[in-house]
Design a binder for this molecule. Structure first.
Ligand code: F3S
Length: 419
């Protein structure tokens, strides 16, 4: 029996297999991962563990991330549930664009080797929920990554806590997670009704709505109620991924509901699990406009355009191609997307159009990586507040505007609001 349990310190109940993992029967690496899972269970008073069927690890390609995965690998850990992983940077592609520092290339290669060895699927994509790792309703999973966790909880009705890269990796190794938080239906109920009075016209409005919401409601679970009639097509994958990504940039929101749209919010009663609405707030067009003014660099000349935080979908890339097709870009355009989407773009002729205009689709790459050093100190345009937020520490500056205007801006070399 485990020493902690013997001394009465451990409250979580483990089955035989879980107990064996904790006692080292499956090797030191699995034991370390299980110890961490048990510590999380104890911290959250979880009564037992539950099996997972999917995992996504927000690999960051930074020192702490590498240290942890290499430690597990050196102890012989192997994933029971193979996780997909977040982007780092595509060194082969980036080498054609810039000169990489040797230490940056070394860390990305070591990270790749370690995650491969532990049994991860090297998808390098921050939108795994759109392809390759798509859960079903009520499926218990372990997802890290800021746009992924809210998307799988809210849109699919799958069940995950807001895992860190490390806890998601431990879940992948052990195949279980502690039962607490958002795995329990009662913790998934709406905590504040958010009446959206702003006119929602494009997926960019969902970026701003996502950024504003936690600033107004804190970390409560929002239930969005769109007061103006919205074309159902606007609830696209792009809009919903943007909404979640931005809520986890200005805040920390693992699940949200949209009345009449998401599976756990068919009615008010469903969404709040009661007839009572605990709190109501309004979000207006002025709220969206003022947050954009606050987080965006001033309009004007730009040096480059960077889209795809989170990775652009095929449809989003198509909308950019419609604008730049047959023209020449005034500044370099980098579009980040998943490898399957890039391949599809190549097959459909979109990649050629982008290249002919002077742009490129970069796969497997995140904008918060050292491969973009050649853009430090410069000013770009993006459609993503998250992109602008994270790159501040890298001394990059961004004008934030909708994707269409951002594409026109890349053609002009300047961002204006009258396109
Ligand atoms: Fe994806 Fe990196 Fe942005 S993981 S969401 S491109 S910060």
């Amino acid at each position: 029996m485990n020493q902690l349990k013997k001394k009465g310190y451990m409250m979580v109940r483990l089955n035989k297999d879980e107990d064996d993992m904790l006692n080292g029967k499956y090797g030191k690496g699995t034991q370390t991962a299980m110890k961490i899972q048990v510590a999380i269970a104890e911290a959250f008073d979880a009564p037992y563990m539950v099996p997972i069927s999917k995992a996504h690890v927000a690999l960051s390609n930074q020192e702490a991330d590498l240290w942890f995965v290499e430690k597990l690998v050196s102890q012989g850990a192997k994933c029971r549930v193979r996780p997909t992983v977040n982007p780092s940077f595509n060194w082969k592609q980036m080498k054609k664009i810039t000169t990489l520092a040797q230490e940056d290339e070394e860390i990305v290669k070591r990270t790749d080797r370690a995650y491969r060895k532990i049994g991860a699927l090297m998808t390098y994509d921050c939108t795994p929920y759109l392809q390759l790792n798509v859960p079903k309703v009520n499926e218990v999973i372990a997802y890290s990554e800021s746009s992924a966790t809210p998307f799988v909880n809210s849109i699919y009705g799958a069940k995950t806590n807001r895992e860190s890269a490390q806890s998601a990796l431990c879940a992948a190794v052990t195949g279980v997670v502690p039962y607490y938080g958002y795995l329990d239906k009662k913790n998934r109920k709406g905590q504040v009704l958010v009446n959206v009075l702003a006119e929602m016209k494009s997926d960019f409005d969902f970026q701003l709505l996502g950024y504003v919401t936690p600033l107004k409601v804190g970390f409560k679970i929002p239930v969005f109620n769109f007061k103006n009639k919205i074309d159902k097509k606007l609830f696209s994958n792009a809009s919903l991924m943007n909404l979640g990504a931005q809520m986890n940039t200005s805040g920390n929101v693992a699940i949200y509901h949209i009345l009449g749209v998401t599976p756990e919010a068919k009615t008010f009663e469903d969404a709040f699990q009661s007839e009572n609405v605990p709190e109501i707030i309004n979000i207006t067009q002025a709220d969206l406009d003022s947050v954009r003014d606050k987080i965006s660099a001033p309009l004007g000349k730009i040096d480059f355009a960077l889209f795809g935080c989170p990775h652009l979908t095929f449809e989003q890339i198509e909308s950019v191609v419609d604008i730049i097709s047959g023209k020449k870009l005034a500044v370099p355009l980098f579009i980040m997307s998943s490898d399957p989407t890039r391949r599809l773009c190549e097959q459909m002729g979109l990649l050629k159009i982008i290249r002919d205009a002077g742009g490129e689709i970069i796969s497997n790459t995140c904008m918060d990586q050292p491969c973009w050093k050649f853009l430090y100190g410069k000013k770009g345009v993006t459609d993503s507040p998250k992109c602008a937020y994270y790159t501040r520490r890298r001394k990059m500056e961004f004008v934030i505007t909708d994707l269409e205007n951002a594409a026109y801006s890349a053609l002009k070399g300047e961002v204006t609001d009258d396109y």
